[in-house]
Design a protein around this ligand. Structure first.
Ligand code: B1M
Length: 213
């Protein structure tokens, strides 16, 4: 097994410390940091994403894998910055106003990062205006909204409306998700994409960013 496969395997098993060491070893041996990211860490996270989608692994496994991914990525960060490797896209994410549930949102964030996207995490209880202003100020291609309550999902419609009012609706994709949300609701409010889980959200976001290049 080469070192990239080892990184991927260990990431899938959530062995954060080993991943960190292997990533450092790979870079020290002269491997390009982008190669370590794209052929070691990201494929490992993709496997976990697929397994999560198919109910072959569950939230705890995703969280430990994501932690390993983050530790590996932290090692690479300074090298990537120096090499000028650009993220595949920029996304802002948050749980909508009035809603404090963030476990699912955090999983989506981790999966997005696993796809090489830069993620601005606005946290929970995020006002529509904050999503819009962040998208404008930070040049985000996508706004991701999460809601877990039937009483807060309506805020997503406000995000779509505010994006129209701000004149950015054709420049930014709006993705929505969370337990009470579905495809019909997405169509009703005029958002761009509903996805049922974190892995498919990351797939859809990466596809949007690739289209928008
Ligand atoms: Co609350 N809560 N909660 N809660 N809570 C639910 C959601 C509820 C269904 C429980 C129930 O009654 N059976 C219910 C909502 C009912 C409804 O509106 N239909 C409920 C309620 C009522 C409340 C309070 C109002 C309770 C009260 O105070 N009376 C209150 C509200 C607080 C507030 O937000 N203002 C409240 C509070 C809390 C806690 C703080 C205690 C805690 C949250 C802790 C935290 O998040 N840090 C909590 C929890 C943990 C839950 C349950 C038990 C679990 C939610 C969770 O984290 N699931 C939940 C019941 C349940 O779901 N069984 C419940 C795991 C997580 C991985 O799944 O978030 O669905 P989920 O994310 C998935 C997908 O939905 C998707 O991907 C994720 C993984 O694949 N996804 C996206 C999520 N966002 C996405 C965005 C995307 C795409 C996919 O694109 C952008």
């Amino acid at each position: 097994m080469d070192i990239l496969e080892e990184i991927s395997e260990n990431l899938q098993h959530g062995k954060a410390k080993v991943v960190k060491e292997l990533v450092q070893q790979a870079v020290d041996s002269g491997m390009a940091p982008e190669t370590v990211l794209r052929e070691g860490l990201l494929p490992g996270m993709s496997v976990i994403g697929e397994k999560f989608k198919n109910n072959e692994v569950y939230v705890p496994e995703v969280l430990v894998a994501a932690r390993a991914m983050n530790m590996g990525a932290q090692v690479l960060k300074p090298y990537l910055e120096k090499a000028g490797v650009k993220a595949a896209g920029r996304v802002c994410i948050g749980t909508v106003q009035g809603d404090l549930h963030d476990i699912g949102k955090n999983l989506v964030k981790m999966m997005l990062e696993g796809k090489g996207l830069e993620v601005i995490d606005l946290g929970t209880d995020v006002a529509p205006e904050t999503f819009i202003q962040t998208a404008i100020d930070q040049n985000c291609q996508i706004i991701c909204c999460s809601a877990l309550l039937t009483t807060t999902m309506g805020v997503m419609a406000d995000v779509v409306e505010k994006a129209k009012e701000a004149g950015i609706r054709d420049k930014v994709k709006i993705m929505i998700g969370g337990a009470p949300v579905d495809e019909a609701f997405c169509e009703k409010i005029g958002a761009d994409k509903y996805t049922p889980d974190a892995a498919s959200a990351a797939d859809a976001a990466a596809a949007f960013c690739a289209e928008m290049v």
